[in-house]
Design a protein around this ligand. Structure first.
Ligand code: HEC
Length: 126
């Protein structure tokens, strides 16, 4: 009886865990907030290098950002954050690494959504 009890308890715990995992998996993806991204972009003064509207970099080494796909921007920013001087784990650029250290992943998504919404000169040539 004792053994059956243990088996049942274990099964119930496993079922509860699977239920919890399902609930987690069903959480909707974080919905990026472009208006918060605008606030963050201004507060972090990204335009100081990437130029007005993030579309006219102040130097040729600084890329144009306006209108770039949000997914691409998010991963670029995450890589600067994770790179930590090790190019095997991410982008290895000390300037951009410094820009993103204090930002959370949802901040980065908000910023990326905002930048994607900007009109820019980036084009897909056909
Ligand atoms: C001090 C100058 C400077 C500031 C300020 C700055 N950046 Fe950058 N940014 C750079 C440089 C330089 C690069 C290119 C780095 C490289 O070669 O990987 C870059 C690259 C990027 C890229 C990659 C673009 C691509 O096409 O791969 C993104 C995205 C980006 N910056 C976003 C931002 C955001 C968002 C901010 C504000 C939080 C910001 N930058 C602030 C200098 C700056």
């Amino acid at each position: 009886m004792k053994a059956l009890d243990t088996v049942l308890k274990t099964a119930c715990t496993a079922a509860a865990l699977i239920g919890a995992i399902n609930v987690l998996a069903m959480q909707p993806a974080y919905a990026a907030d472009a208006s918060n991204g605008k606030v963050l972009t201004e507060a972090h003064n990204c335009a100081a290098c990437h130029g007005p509207n993030l579309n006219k970099p102040v130097s040729a080494e600084y890329p144009k950002l306006a209108g770039q796909h949000a997914d691409y921007l998010y991963w670029a920013l995450r890589q600067y954050q994770m790179g930590n001087g090790n190019p095997n784990f991410g982008r290895n650029n000390p300037i951009m690494a410094a820009q993103v250290q204090s930002l959370s992943q949802s901040d980065l998504k908000d910023i990326s959504a905002y930048i994607e919404s900007l009109d820019g000169d980036l084009v897909v040539k056909k």
